[in-house]
Design a protein around this ligand. Structure first.
Ligand SMILES: Cc1cc2nc3c(=O)[nH]c(=O)nc-3n(C[C@H](O)[C@H](O)[C@H](O)COP(=O)(O)O)c2cc1C
Length: 190
């Protein structure tokens, strides 16, 4: 492992994919701030390929809850779910498979997560949902990719979580060592 330089931003260090939500509402201006943070992300040619469908009380949250994968039962306690959609044609498509729409959406979601952490919120992205069905429910055109749902709310108690998820709430961070994923100067010889 390479020596750590420390001093990681607290929002990055402390953010976790937590699952224990409180039912406390998230104010509209807070939701708007998360979305603004997302849209301040960089994107290829400033194409801004991200589209967000906000689900909350009075705005179709029940559709989000209904299309969760079974293992994501915990997300039904969250007051806000933001669907992130794009289309490859919205962004750069360069040689060597370099399609940037999904990459840029990922960067926007990262901005949203950092802002959420700063606001004392959980913002947990998930892939476990029925994408085709939810796209149809929400009227998202078939040629768009609904790449993730970001499950958002204030932290709550873990009473409703299964045993594994209760343990996860306070588990250690699991990460590959830097020397497994960082190569200086050239790719390592196999
Ligand atoms: C694209 C993506 C999809 C994910 N899908 C799920 C999911 O369906 N259910 C879930 O509980 N967590 C999901 N996660 C959370 C990851 O499991 C979590 O980020 C990872 O284990 C690292 O933990 P940490 O975020 O607490 O550091 C997803 C995260 C990302 C970025």
């Amino acid at each position: 492992m390479l020596p750590s330089m420390g001093n990681i931003l607290s929002e990055i260090q402390e953010r976790r994919a937590r699952r224990a939500f409180s039912s406390q509402e998230v104010a509209n201006d807070v939701v708007t701030r998360l979305l603004e943070a997302a849209t301040l992300s960089a994107s290829c040619f400033n194409n801004q390929p991200w589209r967000f469908v906000v689900l909350m009380e009075g705005f179709g949250i029940e559709h989000g809850y209904a299309r969760l994968a079974q293992g994501n039962y915990w997300a039904q306690a969250a007051p806000v779910i933001i669907g992130v959609a794009t289309r490859p044609e919205y962004d750069c498509d360069l040689d060597e498979g370099r399609q940037y729409a999904l990459f840029d959406c990922g960067m926007a979601v990262q901005n949203l997560q950092i802002q959420a952490q700063h606001e004392g919120l959980i913002a947990h992205p998930i892939a476990g949902f029925k994408a085709a069905e939810l796209k149809a429910d929400l009227g998202i055109p078939a040629d768009h990719i609904l790449i993730t749902l970001v499950v958002i709310g204030y932290p709550g108690t873990d009473n409703e979580l299964n045993e594994k998820h209760q343990e996860n709430e306070s588990s250690e961070r699991v990460r590959k060592n830097l020397d497994e994923v960082v190569f200086y100067g050239s790719w390592p010889v196999a």
